[in-house]
Design a binder for this molecule. Structure first.
Ligand code: SIN
Length: 493
């Protein structure tokens, strides 16, 4: 970095650091960390401590839950136009603070600054989208088969919800849930990932400033398992929306069973990406690159295994390897960096293990394949060719590694794509419209991209099938997760 770039990076870091608040929010009240009950948050690029948040005691979590329950009647009856206006004010504040929030997100998550800015826009897209949805929210009227009877269908807020979010999208996973919840009239208790709480806290402070009532939501921080148990055990919480791994999702479901909570589960994936012999090679490579290296491959919907028709296999691997070799790896604030560090050393070890096992099964590392020379949590962007796909059907790598496998015909490609317990996202590249439709219909996944490697935006129904969970976020369906249907039959006498 030259002097000007270094000064720019320092200025951005300072902007991000200025937004760090070492507290939780319990119904608008800031709760600081006690000396003996705190969680350190670190910077994955520098491996230094950014700050601490409280490991909240049970009384504070319970107080957050009670406040959400107490605030619910008023917030759910607030006219929907007012809730929408509140969301729009929140969105305007997020727009005003975009650069600072992006810098904060880069600091605690490690994704390159421009990508983090993209995430803040993506996150704010949900707030804007659900403001519109709140304005449009309505029920239905139906004629009853009984003479003189009319059926009103009301859509009512579910109640106070618990929102548990991951570290890989510290802003977007919060707003995708919270904006829908607020639009519906729900109140919420948010538990952000322990690795990335500061972005959540900063976003939620802006929600307060925008006029979301203080009691209507809290951000609780601390040890995830313990806080998850408190949230799931409470009968006051009527719904849980969770994004994270399948094993944790299962455990949370079990914990929610005694109180029969409504659930939305956005869980793991092992997305297949299939390239047919008639695909546009340039498009297929460019889109694979965009989808796979988002957040250094730490994305539930990014391709985990790529299948390329044997006719195109060598050309695809060569072109992809050239592009991957040119991806700049570095700290999020260095200009031109496309791949940042992984979140922690556990993540690095898993990626390393996947590469090792793939090689042992016969794969060749065409580019990359090792930890990056920068050390720490950096891993080389890697393309693997050949070998066995079993591991990649079973487990998401969550790192910058693209394993590519040849296939011979459409039936084989579909069988291999579907041969996984997961069913979140899938991608297919072909110029044959019939095949595109046929294949998309045959895929056992909740989200399909045809000739597109990036499929996430607020209008897309987002969610999986099989072990990838259930429920849909964003889109016109996302609000349904926070509404229950009540019928009122009016009899004219
Ligand atoms: C995720 O990885 O869980 C979310 C990715 C997205 O919203 O595109």
């Amino acid at each position: 970095m030259d002097d000007a770039d270094a000064a720019g990076a320092q200025a951005l870091k300072a902007q991000g650091r200025a937004l760090i608040q070492e507290c939780a929010f319990v119904a608008g009240r800031r709760v600081a960390a006690a000396d003996d009950a705190r969680v350190e948050v670190d910077d994955p690029a520098e491996e230094t401590v950014l700050g601490v948040v409280p490991d909240l005691p049970a009384e504070e979590v319970e107080s957050a839950i009670r406040s959400a329950a107490e605030a619910f009647p008023a917030w759910s009856r607030t006219p929907q136009a007012q809730r929408a206006a509140c969301l729009r004010r929140w969105a305007a504040l997020v727009d005003d603070n975009e650069a600072g929030l992006a810098a904060l997100l880069s600091l605690e998550n490690g994704k390159p600054f421009e990508e983090a800015r993209g995430e803040i826009r993506y996150a704010n897209g949900f707030i804007k989208w659900f403001a519109g949805v709140a304005e449009e929210l309505r029920g239905e009227v139906a004629e009853s088969p009984l003479p003189g009877h009319t059926i009103l269908t009301l859509r009512e807020a579910v109640g106070p919800v618990a929102v548990i979010t991951p570290w890989n999208f510290p802003a977007a996973m919060i707003t995708r849930k919270l904006a829908a919840a607020f639009a519906a009239g729900c109140t919420a208790v948010v538990k952000p990932a322990s690795q990335t709480p500061f972005t959540a806290i900063a976003l939620c402070e802006l929600a307060l400033e925008a006029g979301v009532p203080e009691g209507a939501f809290s951000v609780v921080t601390g040890e995830s398992g313990r806080i998850g148990r408190l949230l799931t055990a409470s009968p006051l919480i009527r719904k849980l929306s969770f994004t994270g791994s399948t094993p944790v999702g299962r455990r949370l479901m079990e914990q929610c069973a005694p109180t029969l909570k409504r659930l939305s589960m956005e869980l793991g994936g092992a997305a297949p990406l299939v390239v047919f012999e008639d695909a546009d090679l340039d498009v297929a490579v460019a889109e694979t690159l965009k989808g796979k290296f988002r957040n250094a491959g730490q994305t539930c919907v990014c391709p985990n295994r790529v299948y390329v028709h044997r006719e195109l296999f060598a050309a695809f691997v060569e072109q992809l390897a050239d592009a991957v070799a040119n991806l700049a790896v570095g700290s999020p604030f260095e200009p031109g960096v496309k791949v940042g560090p992984l979140i922690d050393m556990k993540g690095v070890a898993k990626v390393e293990d996947h590469v090792r096992l793939a090689r042992a099964s016969g794969a060749e590392a065409v580019v990359g394949g090792d930890r990056h020379a920068r050390g720490g949590r950096f891993f080389q962007p890697t393309v693997l060719a050949g070998g066995d796909d079993e591991l990649f059907r079973r487990e998401e790598t969550f790192g910058p590694v693209v394993p590519v496998f040849p296939f011979d015909d459409e039936a084989e490609a579909l069988a291999r794509a579907n041969h996984s317990d997961f069913g979140l996202a899938a991608f297919v590249f072909t110029r044959d419209l019939d095949r595109a439709f046929r294949f998309a219909r045959g895929l056992e996944d909740g989200i399909v991209g045809v000739n597109a490697g990036l499929i996430s935006n607020p209008v897309v129904p987002f969610g999986g099938v099989k072990q990838s969970g259930f429920g849909r976020e964003g889109s016109i369906y996302g609000i349904d997760e926070y509404l229950s249907v009540k019928s009122v039959t009016l009899a004219l006498r």
